[in-house]
Design a protein around this ligand. Sequence first.
Ligand SMILES: *Cc1c(COP(=O)(O)O)cnc(C)c1O
Length: 404
Amino acid sequence: MAAHGPDAKTLMEIADAYGSNNYRPLPVVIARGEGVFLYDVDDRRYMDMLSAYSAVSHGHSHPRMVRALSEQAARLCVTSRAFHSDQIGPFMKELCELTGMEKVLPMNTGAEAVETAVKAARKWGYVKKNIPAGQAEIIAFEGNFHGRTTTIVSFSSEELYKKYFAPFTPGFKIIPYGDAGALRDAVTDNTCAVLVEAIQGEAGVRVPPDGFLRDVRRLCDERNLLLMLDEIQTGLGRTGKMFCYEHDGIRPDVLILGKALGGGVLPISAAVSSAEVLGVFVPGEHGSTFGGNPLACACAREALRILVEDDLPGRAARLGGRLRSGLEAIKNDQIIDVRGKGLLLAVEFGPGERTARQYCEGLMAEGILAKETHGTTVRFAPPLVITEEQVDWALERITKVFAS
Ligand SMILES: *Cc1c(COP(=O)(O)O)cnc(C)c1O
């Protein structure tokens, strides 16, 4: 198989030559995947500790996902929303039953689901809260990551994401993450919603202080604001609960899902909410050609069934605890923090001999793929199907690389 195609070096050169320079991947060329493992073009095996930023929680090519994908692909893939399909209704019903919500608006990527939430919140603000036309405000948090559209980067605090992409969409305020007092001060009569991550994944797995989400919930209730939780990365079992907000005993008004919703085989995202909020749209105001296509809906339905039947949230809690204790036991003075929940963990390095990128290159040489963020943090987020033995196998190698 590998011997017939171009070698890894050639493939990376082709990608460099023809691709835009918007990513800087580790120097490895993946040809196939199975469960927690990836195999490069020379059939070298690696454990995947990134899971495509949590999109592959079910593991690579989960047999049930492959079956659902291929059976539906043979039957019907795409209709657009101009017609009903026999998959979209049951998908939305099942997602509502899982989340305890009333309505779903399916899209494809996470960023589109966030855009959907932003548009729904603004219209809700105008028609339900009587905010003067054009004045609706949404509050977001420093360090956030909600996607890459021009509107979404308008409220990013990351210089790199914004510098050359102005002008931006107005109507957003950015306040410090974890600071409920700052939120109280930022709310005005024109505020319609608060958009927040239960844990900031891309910022380096930043867990907010205890009680923060409960304070946000209380403020949203007091001031009649929509609490919009972006659980694109933290949702669907990743943190040891089906949804990360369950750790805090709260419920959002709008839940934004993506990534693992596609079971690791294709993109599907959704904004999930009440009839009061998602009921604001009229035909034509919002949509997507591929959003809610029957192939994606069939895959999402199977992905949700696997999550529940195989108790992937429970696995994330149990195996995340095991991985975390192992990471905490590593002796290296450069490690200043080990944090996260379930199987969304990160090790942060202080200033020292090696960068996070160099640690990741060391891990790669040992057969583990992990990705650094912000130059100082290495994230560990393997597929939730990982076993005890596989966690121990990984810990042996991580310890060797980090402790040396
Ligand atoms: C990945 C991610 C997004 C964006 O999803 P895309 O599918 O890349 O558009 C938004 N919010 C969070 C929290 C994410 O982790």
